[in-house]
Design a protein around this ligand. Structure first.
Ligand SMILES: [Fe+2]
Length: 311
C-alpha cells in the first residue's frame, strides 16, 4: 500500500471569537477551521464556572477546535507573574482544552498597576533570563507548552543587546516554547523602525512557528509628516501584510492562521471573507508544499537510479 501523500486539511484558517458572532456561528455553522478566544474574557463568573459567555463558548467548543490567547499575563514583568491571574488562565485552559495556548512578549503590569497596553521589552540578557523563567513557570502551571507572540513596537531601547528575532530564538531554545508569528506586527514594526520585513522574517526562527496572526492596522501622521502604524485590529488585513503572509507560508508551509479583529467589530460575513482569503492562501501553500515534496521525491529516486546505473 502506498502512503497517502495528498494535501491534508489540518488546523487551517480561524477567526477571533467575538460575542457579536455567537449566534451567526451557532446557527450558521460556518466552515471556519477554528476559533481563538482571549483568556481574560472567560476568567470571570466564579473562576470560569458559568455565565452567558461560557454557555456560548461551551457550545461552540463542542463544534470547533479552540485556541486560547492570553493578553494580560504580563510575561515580561519584572515583578513576577501574578499567581491569581496564572491560576485563572490555568482554569480556562483546563476547562476548554484548547489546541493552542499563547501569550505576548510584552509587559503590562508594574507595582500592582495594570496598564491597558502591551508594552515592549528591552532585548537584553537579563530580560531574556526573566522571560525564560516566566515562560517556564507558565508551562509548568498549565502542564503544556505555550506559544509566545512577537510584538508590534513603536520605540526601541538604547540598552538592547540583541535583535528581537535573536531574543525569540533563544527564548524558544531555552524554554521549549513555540512562537506565534504575527505578520501584521512584523509589518507595523518594520514601517515604524524602517527595516525590511522580509529581512526580519529571514532571521525569524521559523521552525518554532506554531501559529500565525493576521490583523488590520491604522496609519497616523506624525509631526514631521512621517507615518506611524498602530496595531489596531479594527479593519481588514492590509495588502502588504497579505503579501508577506503569502511569501511566508510558501516558504514554511501552512500553519494555523488566525484573523484578529478586536475593535469596530465587523459583520460575520465580513470577517468570514477575511478567513476565507487566508484559507485560500494556506491551500495554495499546502499544494505547493505537496508538489515540492513529490518533485524532490522523484528527483531523489532519479538520482538513486543514476547512481546505481552510472548514468
Ligand atoms: Fe496578534
Amino acid at each position: 500500500m502506498t502512503a497517502d501523500r495528498r494535501p491534508q486539511r489540518g488546523l487551517g484558517a480561524g477567526a477571533g471569537l467575538k460575542p457579536e458572532h455567537y449566534r451567526d456561528i451557532l446557527e450558521g455553522r460556518p466552515g471556519v477551521d477554528w476559533f481563538e478566544v482571549h483568556a481574560e474574557n472567560y476568567m470571570g463568573a466564579g473562576n470560569g464556572a458559568g455565565g452567558p459567555p461560557h454557555v456560548f463558548l461551551e457550545r461552540i467548543r463542542a463544534r470547533y477546535p479552540l485556541a486560547v490567547h492570553g493578553v494580560g499575563l504580563s510575561i515580561g514583568s519584572a515583578d513576577g507573574l501574578a499567581p491569581g491571574h496564572l491560576a485563572r488562565l490555568a482554569a480556562v485552559v483546563a476547562r476548554y482544552q484548547p489546541l493552542l495556548v499563547s501569550e505576548h512578549l510584552a509587559w503590562s503590569t508594574h507595582a500592582g498597576v495594570f496598564l491597558n497596553d502591551l508594552l515592549p521589552l528591552p532585548y537584553t540578557d537579563a530580560t531574556l533570563a526573566l522571560v525564560v523563567r516566566h515562560v517556564d513557570q507558565v508551562q509548568t502551571a498549565l502542564g503544556r507548552s505555550i506559544l509566545i507572540e512577537n510584538p508590534s513596537t513603536y520605540f526601541r531601547f538604547e540598552t538592547e543587546q540583541m535583535t528581537e528575532t535573536a531574543f525569540l530564538r533563544e527564548l524558544a531554545r531555552r524554554s521549549g516554547c513555540g512562537l506565534l508569528l504575527d505578520v501584521n506586527n512584523v509589518f507595523v514594526s518594520a514601517v515604524n523602525h524602517g527595516f525590511d520585513p522580509l529581512d526580519y522574517l529571514a532571521d525569524f526562527p521559523l521552525e518554532s512557528v506554531g501559529e500565525i496572526h493576521l490583523a488590520g492596522h491604522a496609519a497616523i501622521e506624525m509631526a514631521g509628516g512621517e507615518a506611524l502604524l498602530i496595531d489596531t485590529h479594527d479593519r481588514p488585513v492590509a495588502d502588504p501584510v497579505w503579501e508577506l503572509f503569502q511569501a511566508l507560508v510558501a516558504r514554511i508551509g501552512p500553519r494555523p492562521t488566525l484573523i484578529e479583529w478586536d475593535a469596530e467589530i465587523p459583520t460575520w460575513p465580513q470577517l468570514a471573507d477575511e478567513v476565507e482569503r487566508a484559507a485560500r492562501l494556506l491551500q495554495e501553500a499546502r499544494e505547493w508544499t505537496y508538489r515540492s515534496s513529490v518533485l524532490s521525491h522523484a528527483v531523489g529516486e532519479e538520482g538513486t537510479r543514476c547512481a546505481a546505473t552510472g548514468r
